[in-house]
Design a protein. Structure first.
Length: 343
């Protein structure tokens, strides 16, 4: 079932000077936001991501959803200043290709051969910005969220996978080939280096991701339970069903003082804190914003990260939770069109 929220403009509100659409395509859900240059989101529409190997059908359905949203706000595609779309993977805005995107079924087969821009151009001829989802989330948090107005920011999302986006000197930093911030593929030790060598050239999830993501925490707790760990507290949080125990239950139990849960989450916390400490030493950001399903609403995770980073570096950096939640990517899409973000 899709969720739609529409903000109806009142007569005394200032006149809108421009409209745009921001779209965040996730592995499970897709979110469309319609917004104004005055930084007001007037419509939010969330629906299940279409899983298909047919890239043409994917965008046909996506634009069908977008045009329905625009109809509800009394707009048409032609009235938009532009559309910003974020995807879970490495995105080349100029060529319109996506790589390293295992969450999108058509990417592995078609992305190196199909120009997404040309497909979208069949439906929309205006300004179009394509980027990865975490870069978009970083721009969203800078435009309207926790990092509003800051010039040196790192955004990290910890959920099913791991990702990060960098804003340096007020501009989104992508690197020479668009791969800056792809922390899922960072190397955290010799064993991970060997694994990375085996995975090179594939669409498998990265080795750092396999240590620190929500998927990694869930895998660890399931392995521990299968090996005989009682896990009573975590099982209770999962309503008594040990098969349903996942990262969320582990973190909640850890926050409530459960030693078993704290032991399970320790490797993920340690690797993430070390990685962020290195980022602070290398790039000296003002702020690191942490979002995603694992960190969202769990003070234990952020507190543990902050304490460890404070032990390991004297370079000041504020580490805060994301404010925009799962809307950050779509709002970042709006920022690429309506804000001062570099495209």
């Amino acid at each position: 079932m899709a969720d739609i929220f529409v903000h109806k403009q009142h007569r005394d509100e200032p006149k809108v000077s421009g409209w745009a659409a921001g779209i965040d395509v996730g592995g499970t859900k897709t979110l469309i936001c319609i917004g104004t240059a005055e930084r007001q989101v007037v419509l939010r529409h969330k629906f299940p991501t279409v899983h298909t190997k047919d890239v043409h059908f994917f965008f046909e359905r996506l634009f069908w959803e977008l045009e329905n949203c625009l109809e509800q706000t009394g707009l048409s595609l032609e009235q938009l200043k532009g559309i910003g779309i974020g995807f879970p993977g490495m995105v080349d805005n100029d060529s319109g290709t996506i790589t390293h995107a295992p969450a999108i079924q058509w990417s592995s087969a078609d992305s190196t051969h199909v120009n997404i821009r040309s497909i979208i151009a069949q439906r929309y001829s205006g300004c179009l910005v394509l980027d990865n989802d975490v870069n978009m989330a970083a721009l969203g948090e800078q435009w309207l969220g926790a990092a509003r107005g800051l010039r040196h920011v790192m955004m990290v999302t910890v959920g099913t996978g791991i990702g990060s986006g960098l804003i340096l000197n007020g501009e989104l930093y992508k690197g020479a080939a668009g791969g800056a911030g792809e922390m899922a593929y960072w190397i955290a030790g010799e064993e991970q280096a060997r694994q990375a060598a085996k995975q090179k050239g594939t669409d498998e999830f990265g080795v750092f991701e396999s240590l620190t993501s929500g998927t990694a925490i869930t895998r660890s707790v399931k392995s521990a339970l299968a090996s005989g760990m009682p896990g009573a507290h975590m099982i209770r949080l999962a309503e008594g069903d040990r098969d349903k125990v996942g990262a969320r239950h582990v973190l909640q139990a850890a926050a409530e003082g459960d030693i078993e849960a704290q032991t399970i989450v320790e490797p993920a916390l340690a690797h993430m804190a070390m990685a962020l400490t290195n980022v602070i030493s290398l790039l000296n950001p003002e702020m690191i914003v942490i979002g995603g399903g694992v960190a969202e609403g769990n003070t234990y995770y952020l507190d543990e990260i902050r304490q460890r980073v404070a032990l390991w570096t004297d370079i000041p950096c504020t580490i805060v939770p994301a404010e925009l939640g799962n809307e950050a990517g779509a709002i970042g899409g709006l920022a690429t069109i309506l804000g001062s973000a570099v495209r």
